[in-house]
Design a protein around this ligand. Structure first.
Ligand code: SF4
Length: 376
């Protein structure tokens, strides 16, 4: 037997197997019921598992849906039958224990299926995480419920992103000429539509700069940005943001040199910069990825059946734990959510033609490219 161990963005993973195939994959989360011993008789062999490791890394980065690995799980015939069935559940979808019991032709065996599921020695590759209770709850997971939720969300979010991307195409945000215009736009966009922000920005006649905002009076600034609404308050906020930027000599590279979390916390102390504005500035102007939670994100995720946390940071953390912290990915994902929420998933949704609508003739088990739970 050979083994290897390596860190991933989720947790440490230990692989073990022989010439026939992979027999163990341990998610070393430090939680759950599963413990794992590396036998003294096994030999560490990182090269032997390099392809499997590569496939796991691709899966966790969202670029791989299925694994092509020779498996050799040890178990009873019944367990092996269940594990083979688990491998037919598509990426991004979930099934119940009852579904699996029925699929293997033994509809009364839900409990036994649950037991076999919990004994799965090769999670992720044999996707036991895709099995949930009939009440929709995650139920148990040998490696802890936190990682089960994280893996399910990872698959759902990557599916959602790819679906929106293939329907709307690449968005290439933020729609601004300069980093400074992005920062100003993030403040102007508070409580208004982007159309009004554009009107306000147009009023600068191409002269928008930190120097201008520094020198102009608050009253004159308010008049320029009037189309964005709440213009008196926003003028004060822009002045405050400008004062903060001046501490970096209006130099975006100096801003970028600050450690991510320190910079975000600093921005949050600026008058008028809330979490959504701070994360828009961090992602689009500074180039440090933070997932932006806005009304559109909340509305869409709620309609897609996610368990949406009420608090901003909890929601952001839920998403950031599930998908890789990548600038391009966060940039596009947010832009696509905004596009979708303003074209289809409006307050009163236009579901006809929506790329996420579940066809009415599919009862819950639709293909992975559709998963809106809200049938209108
Ligand atoms: S089907 Fe309707 S509610 Fe669901 S995502 Fe599409 S527009 Fe929104």
């Amino acid at each position: 037997m050979y083994y290897t161990r390596f860190d991933t963005r989720f947790c440490e993973i230990i692989l073990a197997g022989d010439e026939i195939g992979l027999s163990h994959l341990h998610l070393n989360t430090g939680e759950g019921k599963r413990s794992f011993e590396i036998s003294d008789e096994w030999t560490r062999n990182d090269d032997y598992f390099s392809d499997t490791r590569h496939q796991i890394e691709e899966y966790l980065s969202g670029t791989r849906k299925n694994f092509d690995v020779r498996l050799n799980p040890k178990g009873t015939d019944f367990q092996k039958k269940v594990w083979t069935q688990l491998r037919t559940v598509p990426y991004g979808e979930v099934r119940t224990y009852k579904d699996i019991a029925e699929a293997i032709g033994n509809s009364d065996a839900s409990r036994a299926v649950g037991m076999a599921n919990s004994k799965n020695p090769i999670p992720l590759i044999i996707p036991c995480h895709r099995i949930i209770g009939t009440n929709g709850k995650l139920t148990g997971f040998a490696h802890g419920l936190a990682i089960k939720e994280r893996i399910i969300n990872h698959e759902k979010l990557m599916t959602l992103l790819n679906q929106l991307l293939s329907y709307y195409g690449k968005q290439g945000w933020w729609p601004a000429e300069t980093h400074y215009e992005m920062m100003v736009g993030a403040v102007l966009a508070q409580n208004t539509t982007w159309k009004n922000v554009v009107k306000a920005l147009d009023n600068f006649n191409g002269d928008l700069s930190p120097r201008l905002i520094k020198e102009i009076s608050t009253t004159a600034l308010a008049e320029i940005i009037r189309p964005s609404g709440y213009f008196n308050q926003k003028a004060i906020k822009l002045k405050a943001l400008n004062d903060w930027y001046e501490r970096y000599d209006f130099n975006i590279d100096k801003v970028r040199s600050v450690e991510d979390e320190k910079l975000r916390q600093e921005l949050l102390t600026v008058h008028g910069v809330g979490r959504e504005t701070a994360d828009s500035i961090m992602t689009y102007a500074v180039g440090k990825p933070y997932f932006i939670i806005d009304t559109y994100t909340r509305r869409l995720f709620h309609r897609l059946g996610f368990d949406v946390p009420a608090h901003y940071e909890d929601f952001r953390n839920m998403i950031e734990k599930a998908i890789p912290r990548d600038l391009y990915l966060y940039n596009e994902f947010h832009a696509l959510i905004v596009r979708h929420a303003t074209e289809h998933c409006l307050k009163t949704p236009k579901c006809e033609g929506c790329p996420l609508e579940t066809p009415k003739d599919i009862q819950g088990d639709g293909p992975s490219e559709v998963f809106c739970v809200k049938r209108i």
